[in-house]
Design a protein around this ligand. Sequence first.
Ligand SMILES: [Zn+2]
Length: 214
Amino acid sequence: METEIKKVVCSVCGTVSSHTVITKIQSGGVPELDLRPDGEHRNTMELWVMECPVCSYCNNSLEIPLDTRRRYLRSTEYTTLGGIETDNILVSRFIRKALVNLKNRNYAEAVKSYLYGAWVFDDLKNTASADECRIEAISILENSNLTDDDNMMLLKADLLRRTGQFDKVISEYGEKYFDQPFLLLASQYEVRLSRDGDSSAHKMSDIPGVEFTT
Ligand SMILES: [Zn+2]
């Protein structure tokens, strides 16, 4: 992996701060069903979000404008992470990035941000808090048109299963057809795991009928 230090101007308060950004990374290994990467990429999560040291704005880049008033960054919702309790700095950044992207109506990015928060909690073996993040992501998916996209629809199956909502996976995906063969196999696998009551992480290469060459 190659990184560089980049000076970034915060679009909210104008402060210049330095951040490490990835300039080159090798993709490798097999991702999990929710697209959590393997290989070198897996352990770089702290480089996936920036926080302004002055106004505490969080986003992929601080150069992305905030589409609401600056005072939102001092609101109870923002400072208490929408009610998810944690003292982990990386999770708090991902959740604030999610909240900002909800304000910016960038719902796909908000879903991803909650998912990344869940991955950090997964690594900390904090299942209850990981569930809270996944449930927020599900809620955004169900209250937007994101699931018109088959990949997002399939991601929702994994979020439901990982939070133990097995009956919902079986009822929503048991008869669901996807045009792309890979998505159909993955969906059927989510249903099978749900019938087994399995809420653990699985790799794409575990899907029956799917072969990965890495
Ligand atoms: Zn700022």
